[in-house]
Write a protein of this length. Sequence first.
Length: 250
Amino acid sequence: MQAFVVIRDYTLDDELKCQELLRDYVMSFATKSFYAFCFREITLQFIVITWAIMFIFFGVPLTFCALTVPGCLFCLFSIIYFSFYAKAVEIMKTKPNQALVAEWHEPLLLRVKPSELNFEIFVNESPYDKDASMKNRFRKRVIGTVSVKDHQSIYNAAFIYRFAINPKYSFLKVGEQMIKMVAKNSGKNGYATLECAISEWQEDERDFYDFMGFATRQIYHKQIIGNTLCVMKSNLTYELNTDESLQKQN
């Protein structure tokens, strides 16, 4: 018996597992973004201002003022961590619409890491659904989820959200099949394009969307604190009603 993945429609019983998966996925970017912000101009300004306040107003010697650097970095990490946590909670509370999940099936006695396995992917049902004795020999867990909804500002476009895959499994292999199914279903529902948005530290996701045939619609900087603290974001689009997209879906 070999492990395999079943991509099927989302059910209410999957919600708690999907929320946990989404939380871990969003929080995985907190450390990466912290390292990125450490070299931003606003971080240096924050350290210098704190140093000056300690020296001028409290008379702290310059040698001891250097101890404020770890404190400033700790404050920066705390702000970033709780910002990502708030974003994760926001995504977790968003009700899914037209959602799919990827469910991992592995034998009970499997002792190999998922990343070392060559697994197959099935759609909607597993090959053992009609054999009750075989179904009981597999452990199941949700390793991926994706949802689509109407785009708020683009007419006749579907927007990808709540998209996450467990990092222990192949993002490219599982994600490719999930996006193909999303594109196929969106085309059947009459949408003209499939849209998504990614942040600057999602390099792997950007490569994945490029591989899937998404094109960049817009690149902009989302302001967090005025013009000083910004995050670069990209809006990507995928045409559903062209010959190329239909071939991609098949």
